[in-house]
Write a protein that binds this ligand. Sequence first.
Ligand SMILES: Nc1ncnc2c1ncn2[C@@H]1O[C@H](COP(=O)(O)OP(=O)(O)OP(=O)(O)O)[C@@H](O)[C@H]1O
Ligand SMILES: [Mg+2]
Length: 579
Amino acid sequence: MKQSNHSLYLRLFRYSRPYVGRILAAVAASLLVAGSDVTMVRLVKPLVDNILVGGSRGLANLVPLLIIGLALVKGIGRFFQEYYIRTAGQLVVQDIRKDLYGHSLSLSMRFFSRSSVGNVMSKVLNDVGLLQTASADVLVYGARESLTLAGLIALVFYTDWKLATLAFLVLPLIVFPMAFLGKKIKQNSGRGQRAMGELTKVLQEALAGIKVIKAFGSEEYERERFVKENRKFYHFIRKVIKYDSASSPTVELVSYIGIGGVMWYGIQRVLAGSMTQGEFTSFLAAMLMMYAPVKRLTRVNNKIKQAMGSAERVFELLDEVPDIKVVPSAVSIGRARGEVQFCKVDFAYDNETVLQDFNLRINPGEVVALVGPSGGGKSTVVGLLTRFYDPQGGRILIDGQDIRMITMDSLRRNIALVDQETYLFNDSIRDNIRYGCPGASDAAVEEVARLAYADEFIRLLPDGFDQHIGDRGVRLSGGQRQRICIARAILRDAPILLLDEATSALDTESEAVVQQALSNLMKNRTTIVIAHRLSTVMHADKIVVLVKGRICEEGTHQQLLALDGVYRRLYEMQFSERF
Ligand SMILES: Nc1ncnc2c1ncn2[C@@H]1O[C@H](COP(=O)(O)OP(=O)(O)OP(=O)(O)O)[C@@H](O)[C@H]1O
Ligand SMILES: [Mg+2]
């Protein structure tokens, strides 16, 4: 959605409100800077008229002191102005970045399944970065140069309003080309940032999937993908540079048309005796001095336009509404007993129905296994209970309470999940296990590692529990990673335990041991186990066979065998595989 510049400015302005003290201090300091510049120009007239033309020696000695004094005032003013305004800019940008990150984390899985991580990263890093450099320039020069310019303009009008009017007749000639160039800059900068987003996406995906790239020898393909996006970025940034570079000469040309007119008319008047040499020189000095602030303000204007492209992208992400809504009347439920109920749940990720009329009731402490062919919707059931997604129809209840009426925090505190995708952070083993319970003691961490049958291999590592495990835990084997995840879930000590292929990467022997640990853990906990290997779910209180989003059989192992249906076929196939 395109946002008007007006609303973008307003939103950026809102971010700067907490730092109004710094900004005012900077504006005050700008007054010193502008004041000393204008005074300096103001001195030209008496200098020429009284000293050069009038020949006053006493005043001549004062001049260097005055100039040094003014430079000192200006220097001090500049220091404080830059210091306060640049720190204010950094603080604003820091707040935006913080909000952006916090907001991204709060977005639902649906958002992440349709947008790329690289793009989000690019917004948080590149776009905010551009806002940061732009804000530094804009804030430092914006106020200061405008004030200097305003002072100089006042001075020239004060000196000779007719001459000044003549000089400013050329002003409209500046406005139109600048507006055009500004628009082009904003447009292309926005496109460039989008290309940068794609570039970050390619980079992020390639580095995360480096193993696949190497295994399939697709380095060249990836390199070309990168080069393409890199070039695209250049294509747009080149245009930004082009329009930006065109603006200074345009302003310069137009200014000199004004100055030319002033020269012509001014000289006529000095010759006619209706203006002193001092007045004319002072006027001309002011006009020439105006050139620097005008040029800087043009730059600032371009920077603003460039930053607006990024601001638009940043606010686009901030405006992304989380589709998992927590109602204001949601309650915190404390520790649940663990009764779970799915009532007539219908769910689709996009258009295709994944679960249809799904009904399941699990009593506190019961173990229910979900089995069935791949893609049947098993992980989806778990994702709905954790509210990664909300169903389109039906209700999900914990202890009889609709989970949409429970605060997210207390819902998640009641659930421990070991997912199909084991995700570990690039941190020590200890901190990975402790991830869901930051306050847990070392002893507790070691105890759960023992229960998850992980302490044995951990103790063999050079640094034991303090061993760093690399990105996503690449320095561990698949089975080792799984055991860390199980330990993490055990430590969580939640009344509802969700195990989605939690032991699939283990060999039969360690699986049996971990299974033993898990069945100890399942005591007094409501558990949903998902497993393809039926030997791990045979002892569940209830087994649910899910095919294409529908429950086609349910019962105990024995009942399902007796039923002689899908379950029995699956079971016999696995049975014959083994022996
Ligand atoms: N994030 C998603 N966006 C869109 N469709 C999805 C998403 N996740 C899963 N699906 C689709 O939903 C269906 C059910 O997927 P689900 O992961 O629940 O299956 P599963 O029973 O857990 O399979 P498996 O045994 O292979 O893990 C599949 O057809 C899949 O293509
Ligand atoms: Mg699954």
